[in-house]
Every structure is written in C-alpha cells, then in structure tokens.
Design a protein around this ligand. Structure first.
Ligand SMILES: Cc1cc2nc3c(=O)[nH]c(=O)nc-3n(C[C@H](O)[C@H](O)[C@H](O)COP(=O)(O)OP(=O)(O)OC[C@H]3O[C@@H](n4cnc5c(N)ncnc54)[C@H](O)[C@@H]3O)c2cc1C
Length: 571
C-alpha cells in the first residue's frame, strides 16, 4: 500500500499549488489525477494574485518563458446605455510580490506547466487514476481508493486535500454542498479566429458585455484565438435542447451587438461547450484530516475571473494549515477555524461583489427577464437571507449601516465610476491615464467624508488583542499574530496589531474623539502608512462608527475591494 504525508485528489491549479507549497514546507505528497494532462479546462483569464503566489513558489521564469498574453485589466460594457469602464490592475509595487497584471492562458497548457513543475520537484503524480473512495472516518489517518486501468490502488496518508474541482469526490461524498439559487445561470462558449482587437492600454484586456439575455465574455487567449462565452439563465436550457447547442450559441450571440461587431468577418474554430453546475459552496471547508480546496469547496459566477485565484489561495492556506497542525497538534481546531473563515471570507467577498454588479446592471435593463431576476431583492435564494449583509439589505439598512438596495448598487457604481471611460463607446484611444482624474475625485470625496467625522464610537466596552493566523508571504508558514477585537469577538483580521496601536483604541473606548485625532494618534503609534485603511476596515468590520458635528452617522461606502487584486493580498 502506498503512503505519503498528504494525498491530493486532482492535479488542476488547486492540486498543483497545494503540492508545490507542501513540498516547499518539506512534506511528502502524492497527487492522484483522473485524466492525463494536457486536458481541456475553461477558466482562461487569471488575476494578479495568482501570479504573485506562483512567483513566490519559484515559477516566475517558467511562466515568463511562455510569453502568455499580459492582462492589464478587465473592461466592462456593463448595463444598457452605460459608458465602458476598465478595472485596472495597476498597483504600486510595495513588495516584490505585488503584480500589476495577470495573464490569459490556454488552461490545458497552463495546468500542464504547473503539473510538470510538480513532477520536476520529485512529487509523485499518478495520472489516469480516478479516486472513487475516501475514508476520513478515522482519527489517525485517511485512506483513499483509486481506479487506474482496471487496477485498484490504495493509499494511506495523514491528511487528504480534495482538489478535484466541481467533481471533487470527497466534497460529494460528505454531502456538504449547497447550490446557490441567485445565480441560476449556465455558460455556453466557443473560440474564434480573432487576434486581440485592442491595442494600447486595452491590449490583453478581458472584455465583458451585458445584453438582454445575460452577458458575454471575450478573452484573447493566444495568437489569433479568442474565447467567447455567454452566460444566460438556466431556463434557456429548453431552447438549447430545441435548437441544439451550436444554433443556440450563434443566435444568442447575435443579440449582443457589442460582441458581433468585434467578431465580424471571423470564424468559429472549435466546438460549442456548456457548463451548468453553477454557484455552490460546501457547509464546511475542512475538519480533522481533510481540506477542500478550489472548486471542490466552492464556486461562483466567473464574471471577475476569480476561480483560479481562489483555487491557488485556498491551496496555499490548506498546505500552511497542514504544516502548522503537524508542528502543533493541539492547535488543530483553531487552524481549521482559521482555514474555514479565511477561505469563506474570500469567497463571500466575490459573492457580494458579483451580487452588486448584477444588481447594478439590473437597473439599466428594465425590460429584461434575465436582469430582473438578478436584482438581489427579487432573489428567492434562502441562503442569501442567512447572510449578514443580505439581512441588512432586505431590512433596508435598519441597523444604520446604509446597506439599502440603492446603497448596495452605489458601491458597484463607485467602482464603475473610478474606471469609466470618457467616451460613450470603447476605443483604442482610451488611456489608463484618463482614469486618474476619476480616482483623484473619489479619493478626495472619501477623505472629505472621513474628515467630517467629529466623533468615533467603538462598538462594545473593550478593545482587545486576540490571536489570529496568517500565511507568511515568503516562507508560506502559518504564523500567529494579533488582531484587534472587542469583548464579543467582533474583529478585524486584515491588519496585524500591536500593544501601541491597541492603546490608541483603548483610549477611544474611554473618550470618543474624531477621525483626525485618531489618525494623529495612529501615526504616533507607528501606523503612518496604513492609518486611513485601518479606520476604513474597522468601520467595515462594524468595530467603529463615525458621526459628524450634527450627530448624524457618516456612512463611508468605500469602493468594493476583493482578494487577488491590489496590494492587500491575503497570502
Ligand atoms: C464558464 C466558466 C468560466 C470560467 N472562467 C474563469 C476565468 O476566466 N478565470 C478563472 O480564474 N476561473 C474561471 N473559471 C473557474 C475555473 O475554471 C475554476 O475555478 C478552476 O479551474 C478551479 O481549479 P481547481 O484546481 O479547483 O479545479 P479543476 O481545474 O477543475 O481541476 C480539478 C482536477 O481534478 C481532477 N479530478 C476530478 N475528480 C477526480 C477524481 N475523482 N480523482 C482524481 N482526479 C479527479 C480533474 O480531472 C481535474 O484535473 C470559470 C469557470 C467556468 C465554469
């Protein structure tokens, strides 16, 4: 019987990144992969955070040698009659591992590059081995059964990672997956012989366009290969059955003027494919001796191209967690709690972000059935009502957080306005520099709002430090650090805290003071560079509330932010 410290199911991005990280941390790993690479996979547009992880795992040169198309941004024609806008990845390189761009890839090639790297580092990869059973009922280890060319293989390990994607066998076996009714969508896509139609600052961008029946993605993959997909309501499945996939794809695509204009004179060069299993999440992402990573744990609508990043991020976190439990077994429960919280928070961030954008567009498409159903308040997804932000939303912000539907939509609108182009249609003459004016306007509006806060109130009666983990960006070890919390456990995990900073918030509990006074004290405590971000994050976490000179609450809707993009990488 084969044995290794960790067994991994699946050799996609989650499996490969988990194996590379565990190997770096000195643990023995075996991957079981059902297919033989290269194998086809959708999900071609990556995020800068993935570049950062792979670079820190030593793959930078190999990735650069592939000359992948650089993706500097994502561009949206989002909502009827709206000017195009671009979400730029440009970011100050405050550390060597911050990336201001991502890449567009053919996934069969990219995933093979990762798995080849795994093999080249001496990690055992057993391909064409379909894992059929995983026994996690024992407390001392895990056994796994796989079928390979008619032969049954058995494997014993201390831990198992299910990185088997949507088909993740352990996730399915545990029966902990819940489907999300808000995104009752499916995707249908193919490829065209079109080389990147954009130049200048838009070269390499991922382009997404809404139309009456849903939205279209357009991604330059390689040379003259262009990926074009449509996301529509699941109800359209009947039409697919009637017309056939190809005819449905062609007729639906023809309804999207922005797409057909770019595709004029090109030919479809591949088959039409469909994916139906849409948004879902597992109730639990890890416990005892197992971890679910990537799509095995959760998946949501691909509008923001976050799948591979969530897969890589969760893989790094699971590897670091296993390493930590191995060193300190008594911390097992805390480490699992941290993994579940961290991965779920990253997933939820995207979920909320997506809901904002669907809701925003729904107001610009008044006569469309698809968009009416994508307005968050019309969703009949029971699980949404169990989420805190959604409860506030449907209560019309009664908790005083300002989370009403218009406010919710405004958060998306803020993001859009920062990237809005100064012309009605998309043009190559657009320049990244044009966005600066909007960014300056947004920052000064935010600063004005913060400066109007004359009184800040701490939620609760105590400011405390509590232990929390984080993955050290270079060693990938799980480290303990302290974060700010109140006596009820409400906390803010993004920034580590120290005694000096804690002292400032203890003073605030004793006597309320304004925003400027807080910034001054934070700077004296050595938090010069991140003082305003700290305040914003504490307000988002519900630990701080600000009031103006009239005693009215100051609602600071900072722009939506999310993992994998920008300087605040989670790992
Ligand atoms: C329509 C659509 C568009 C998308 N667009 C994007 C995008 O633009 N950008 C992006 O980042 N993401 C995108 N995604 C999401 C992305 O494809 C996934 O999030 C990503 O592939 C997840 O990686 P993973 O390693 O978890 O799973 P996968 O890539 O699915 O890998 C899982 C591996 O496990 C193997 N496996 C499964 N079951 C078993 C078993 N029983 N035994 C052994 N091996 C097994 C499979 O063969 C596979 O190789 C998109 C998804 C969809 C559906």
């Amino acid at each position: 019987m084969a044995r290794s410290k960790v067994s991994i199911i699946g050799g996609g991005p989650a499996g490969s990144v988990a194996a590379l990280t565990l190997n770096k941390l000195g643990h023995e790993v075996t991957i079981y992969e059902r297919s033989r690479f290269p194998r086809y996979r959708i999900g071609e547009s990556l995020l800068p955070g993935t570049m950062s992880i792979l670079s820190r795992l030593g793959l930078q040169e190999k990735i650069e040698a592939q000359n992948y198309i650089k993706k500097p941004s994502a561009t949206f024609l989002w909502g009827q009659g709206q000017a195009p806008w671009t979400f730029s990845f440009a970011a100050p390189k405050v550390t060597p591992w911050v990336y201001g761009h991502a890449i567009q890839v053919k996934r069969e090639e990219f995933d093979k590059l990762l798995l080849d790297e795994v093999k080249s580092r001496g990690i055992t990869v057993i391909e064409q081995a379909n894992v059929t059973e995983v026994d996690v009922s024992r407390t001392d280890g895990v056994s796994l059964t796989a079928l390979r060319n008619g032969e049954t293989l058995h494997h014993e390990s201390d831990f198992v990672i299910d990185a088997g994607g949507a088909g993740g066998p352990l996730a399915r076996q545990l029966g902990v997956r819940r489907y999300d009714e808000f995104y009752k969508n499916f995707a249908i896509w193919s490829y065209f012989n079109l080389s990147d139609p954009f130049s200048g600052d838009l070269k390499g961008t991922t382009y997404s366009i809404t139309f009456e029946d849903g939205w279209v993605w357009m991604i330059p993959i390689k040379d003259d290969l262009y990926s074009v997909g449509i996301v529509v309501d699941r109800d359209k499945a009947a039409e697919v059955r009637k017309l056939g996939a190809e005819e449905f794809y062609r007729t639906t695509l023809a309804k999207c003027a922005g797409a057909t204009k770019l595709l004029a004179g090109t030919e479809m060069v591949d088959e039409v494919r469909i994916v139906q299993d849409w948004s879902y999440e597992a109730e639990r992402f890890s416990a005892e001796r197992y971890f679910l990573c990537g799509d095995a744990a959760c998946f949501t609508d691909p509008l923001f191209s976050q799948g591979v990043h969530l897969a890589s991020q969760s893989a790094v976190c699971a590897a670091a967690a296993i390493d930590r439990i191995t060193q300190a077994e008594d911390e097992q429960e805390e480490v699992h709690a941290w993994y579940n919280r961290t991965y779920r928070a990253a997933y939820e961030e995207y979920h909320e972000f997506l809901a904002s954008f669907y809701t925003y567009a729904s107001f610009t498409e008044p006569n469309s059935e698809f968009w009416r159903k994508r307005r968050i308040t019309e969703s009949d997804d029971e699980r949404l009502s169990r989420r805190k932000w959604f409860e506030k939303l449907v209560d019309n912000g009664q908790e005083g957080t300002g989370s009403t539907v218009p406010n919710f939509r405004d958060r998306a609108a803020t993001m859009i306005s920062i990237g809005r182009h100064q012309r009605a249609t998309l043009s190559d003459e657009f320049s990244e520099a044009e966005l600066n004016a909007a960014r300056v306007r947004w920052i000064s509006d935010l600063t004005n709002r913060l400066n109007s806060i004359t009184r800040l109130r701490w939620t609760g009666t105590k400011a405390l430090l509590k232990p929390h983990y984080r993955v050290a960006p270079q060693t990938f070890r799980l480290e303990q650090r302290e974060i700010l919390s109140n006596q009820d456990g409400l906390d803010m995990a993004q920034y580590p805290m120290d005694e000096q900073t804690l002292q400032v918030f203890q003073e605030l509990v004793e006597e309320e003071f304004g925003y400027r006074a807080l910034i001054k004290r934070l700077r004296s405590a050595g938090r010069h560079e991140i003082s305003s971000q700290l305040v914003l994050r504490l307000m988002e976490a519900g630990l701080l509330t600000g009031y103006d000179k009239n005693g009215d609450q100051v609602v600071v809707e900072s722009r939506l932010h999310f993992g994998g993009v920008g300087v605040e990488y989670e790992v």
